[in-house]
Design a protein. Structure first.
Length: 391
C-alpha cells in the first residue's frame, strides 16, 4: 500500500492500549454530544437527593436572615408575634393560613389600639399582612389569597377618612424655614453654653444643611462617615453605601454643590465641622457625633457622654425639633428628621426641577408616589389657573 506524502501514516497504539477512535464529522460529533447530554440529564433526573441537598448551610442561613433592612426585621418580628398570639387565641392555624384567616386578622388589627392609644395606621396593618404572606414564601408554602384581607383594609381606610382621620406627616423644612433654623443656631463666639454650645451649634448646622442637601433619610444621614466625603472643586461628594431603595447595597454618590449664602452653605459648614473633628484627632469614622457638656466630641479622649460616639436616628430627630423650637416655628414638635427630606424635595419642586432629578438626588425610585406627592404639592400653587380668575 502506497501512502500519500500529505497523509502521514497513523501510529500504532502502544501494546495493551485500544486503538484511538475514528475521526467523526462535525455533524456526527454534535449528535454524539447531544445524546451524551440527554443521557446525563436523564441520569440526573433519576438521582436520589440526599438530606443535605435541601438543608441551608449555617453561613447561608445567617446571610439570608440579615438580608432585610434592620427596621423591616424589627417590624416583621413584632407583627409575626402578634399574629401567632392571635392565632393561638382564636384557634387558627398560622401556616398555612386561609384567606378567611388573613381577612379576620386584618379586621382584628383595625380594632387594636396602638401603644399611644390611637387607631393603627393603614400602612401598619398593610405591613403586618405583608409579613404573614412573606412567612408563607419563606416556609415554601403557597400564599393564600389576600383579596378579602385587602377589601377589609380598604373599608377601614374609608371609615378613617369619614371619621376625619388624616395621615399625619411631618411638615417640610423648606428653604425659608431652614434659613430661620440656621439663624437661630449661631456659632459665633462661645454662644449659649460655652464651648459645648458652640460645638453643638456647628454640629447641628452640619446635620440640618447636609440633611437638606442630601434629602437624606435618618439612617443614611447618621451613617455618613468621614471616609464617605470628598471635597471637589464643584463642592462635596457624599457616598451613600446603603439606601432603602438600594437593595443590593451597590452604593451611590450624591453631589452637593456650594451654596450661594455662606451661612447656609452645606459644603463650607461640613468643612468647618471636619476641622473641629480633626483638631481633636478624630480623622475617621462617624461624621455626626454627640457633644458632652464639657465641649468634648464623641470619641475624643476624656469624652464623658453616654452611649455610642455616633448620633442615633432618635437624637437626630430631637436635634431637628430643638432647632424648630429655637426658630420659633409653630408646633415645633411636629417636625422631624424627615422634614429635611420632605423640605428639600418640596423646595426643588417649587423651583421647577424635574421630578426625575428630584428622585435621583433623594434616592427615590423614579415612580415613587412619595416624591410625586411633594411635586404635586408644589404644582398645586405654581401656575394655579384660579390665580388668573380675577377674584
Amino acid at each position: 500500500m502506497t501512502v500519500s506524502p500529505s497523509e502521514p501514516p497513523a501510529a500504532a497504539p502502544p501494546p495493551g492500549q485500544d486503538a484511538a477512535p475514528a475521526l467523526r464529522s462535525p455533524a456526527e460529533a454534535a449528535r454524539a454530544g447531544t445524546a451524551a447530554a440527554l443521557e446525563g440529564r436523564m441520569l440526573h433526573g433519576h438521582a436520589r437527593q440526599r438530606p443535605a441537598d435541601t438543608a441551608l448551610s449555617a453561613e447561608a442561613a445567617a446571610l439570608i436572615a440579615a438580608a432585610p433592612a434592620a427596621n423591616t426585621t424589627r417590624a416583621y418580628t413584632r407583627a409575626w408575634a402578634l399574629y401567632r398570639a392571635w392565632c393561638t387565641q382564636t384557634g387558627r392555624t398560622p401556616l398555612p393560613a386561609t384567606s378567611a384567616t388573613l381577612a379576620s386578622f386584618v379586621a382584628h388589627l383595625t380594632g387594636t389600639p396602638t401603644r399611644t392609644g390611637g387607631p393603627p395606621a393603614p400602612s401598619t396593618i398593610d405591613q403586618a399582612l405583608a409579613c404573614v404572606l412573606s412567612a408563607h414564601t419563606k416556609a415554601g408554602m403557597d400564599k393564600p389569597s389576600s383579596a378579602e384581607a385587602r377589601a377589609v383594609l380598604r373599608a377601614y381606610r374609608r371609615q378613617r377618612a369619614q371619621a376625619g382621620h388624616r395621615t399625619r406627616q411631618a411638615p417640610p423644612i423648606t428653604i425659608d424655614v431652614l434659613r430661620r433654623m440656621i439663624a437661630a443656631t449661631p456659632v459665633d463666639g462661645d454662644g449659649d453654653g460655652g464651648p459645648a454650645g458652640r460645638l453643638s451649634a456647628l454640629r447641628d448646622r452640619t446635620a440640618l444643611l447636609l440633611g437638606f442637601a442630601l434629602m437624606g433619610r435618618r439612617a443614611e444621614l447618621t451613617a455618613v462617615d468621614q471616609e464617605h466625603l470628598a471635597v471637589v472643586p464643584q463642592g462635596l461628594e457624599v457616598f451613600i453605601p446603603l439606601s432603602k431603595t438600594d437593595r443590593d447595597a451597590a452604593g451611590t454618590t450624591v453631589a452637593v454643590p456650594y451654596g450661594s449664602h455662606p451661612d447656609t452653605c452645606p459644603v463650607r459648614t461640613v468643612q468647618a465641622w471636619l476641622a473641629e473633628l480633626h483638631t481633636r484627632g478624630l480623622t475617621s469614622g462617624a461624621l455626626l457625633r454627640p457633644v458632652d457638656r464639657y465641649g468634648r466630641i464623641g470619641g475624643e479622649a476624656g469624652w464623658a457622654g453616654r452611649g455610642g460616639t455616633r448620633l442615633t436616628a432618635s437624637v437626630l430627630t430631637t436635634l431637628v425639633k430643638n432647632a424648630a423650637r429655637r426658630a420659633g416655628l409653630d408646633d415645633p414638635d411636629a417636625y422631624s428628621a424627615h422634614s429635611l427630606r420632605a423640605g428639600g424635595a418640596t423646595t426643588l419642586a417649587e423651583a421647577g426641577v424635574p421630578t426625575a432629578k428630584i428622585a435621583a438626588q433623594g434616592r427615590w425610585k423614579p415612580t415613587s408616589p412619595t416624591v410625586n406627592t411633594y411635586v404635586r404639592s408644589a404644582e398645586r400653587w405654581r401656575d394655579n389657573p384660579m390665580g388668573r380668575a380675577g377674584l
